[in-house]
Design a protein around this ligand. Structure first.
Ligand code: TRP
Length: 349
């Protein structure tokens, strides 16, 4: 753990304690790339955290980051379908549009315009050092990074700062982007006067659910339990999960990572510990473990899936949520852009 990571973890824990008692001090801003549907790794890793903040009464903004999708892949696939799926997942999970503003990049011009002054505050060398962008390029096999991919962390600063978000619930891969956002806010404030907060990351709790093969859960790897799956589809993917030949089920994250991950899934769904679940399964083997995972996941997600089916049957509702969210995002983005123009001395008529 390096120093800045340790500092972020400590700060995150302090903030966590403060939110419960002073939710009004926080404006939470976060988002996802619309690349398909959400899976239970997203749910336990970040959605659950957002729901908790929403419950506390912190103001919340949720971005469907459609301009980020075009950083490293062709938009050949169905972007509109992915956006609709993501919105449906949010609503089914319990993100409440009367308390949270859900919106897309592409519908909020004033947000995007903030990118111009922000880019002038950042050097190319700084952008080229961003470790998350480098990892993403490497894992997508990209040799020549395009201009948007290089600069999207600054665009993400605009995502966060347009609404003066001061709290960003994210996984640790996003810390370089939060740091970039703080740098942009600080430099803008120094050059033009106090305008933006320097936001903090709220790191999701350690619940880190892996895919069914023990690697990172991701739809493209075929190892994900998606929120939208039926109970039967869930049983089918869990049957293919990797386990081992030892019939005695034990929680041993280092020696038996795949088995232990499945135990964590059950424990998270049932609100107990993986050790307890292992003891209950005893010498039931991989088959006993998988049956238990299937039951736990299907029971936990049954109400969400029921809501999801209802929402899916009402596309007009989903559209109206997005229209309203975009409207509100535009009001706030235009007010911020006006303030920025004024600070920069760019109001002429
Ligand atoms: N980069 C984030 C991801 O890949 C998505 C994102 C875009 C985001 N804009 C944001 C997250 C603003 C938090 C705040 O998951």
């Amino acid at each position: 753990m390096n120093d800045s990571f340790r500092a972020a973890v400590e700060r995150s824990a302090e903030i966590d304690a403060r939110i419960a008692t002073h939710p009004e001090e926080f404006r939470m801003m976060t988002g996802d790339r619309p690349t398909g549907t959400l899976h239970i790794g997203h749910y336990f890793g970040s959605i659950a955290n957002r729901l908790r903040l929403q419950e506390y009464g912190a103001e919340t903004w949720v971005l469907v980051a459609d301009y980020q999708v075009i950083t490293d892949r062709e938009v050949g696939d169905d972007i509109a379908g992915s956006v609709r799926n993501l919105l449906t997942d949010y609503l089914a999970a319990g993100i409440d549009p009367s308390r949270s503003t859900i919106f897309t990049h592409s519908a909020v011009p004033a947000l995007n315009q903030l990118l111009l002054p922000f880019l002038s505050l950042v050097s190319v060398a700084e952008l080229q050092r961003n470790p998350t962008v480098k990892d993403e390029a490497a894992s997508a096999g990209i040799k020549s990074i395009n201009g948007l991919m290089l600069t999207y962390p600054v665009h993400q600063a605009a995502d966060i700062l347009f609404c003066k978000g001061n709290l960003v619930p994210v996984g640790k891969d996003q810390l370089p982007h939060i740091e970039q956002t703080r740098v942009v806010a600080r430099r803008f404030n120094e050059r033009y006067g106090a305008t933006f907060p320097e936001p903090d990351a709220l790191l999701s709790e350690s619940t880190n659910v892996l895919g069914l093969d023990g690697t990172k859960m991701s739809k493209s790897r075929g190892n994900a339990i998606e929120l939208r799956m039926t109970a039967d589809e869930t049983a089918k993917v869990i049957k293919k999960a990797k386990t081992d030949s030892d019939r005695q089920i034990t929680y041993d994250p280092v020696g038996r990572p795949e088995v232990s991950n499945l135990l964590t899934v059950v424990a998270t769904c049932e609100g107990t510990t993986p050790e307890q679940v292992a003891e209950e399964i005893g010498d039931g083997g991989g088959g006993g473990l998988k049956a238990r995972v299937t039951e736990a996941v299907n029971t936990y997600f049954a109400p969400l899936r029921q809501r999801r089916r209802e929402i899916e049957g009402d596309p007009a509702y989903v559209e109206s949520v997005l229209r309203q969210g975009n409207e509100r995002a535009n009001e706030v983005a235009e007010a911020t852009l006006d303030e920025v123009r004024t600070r920069m001395g760019m109001v002429y008529a």
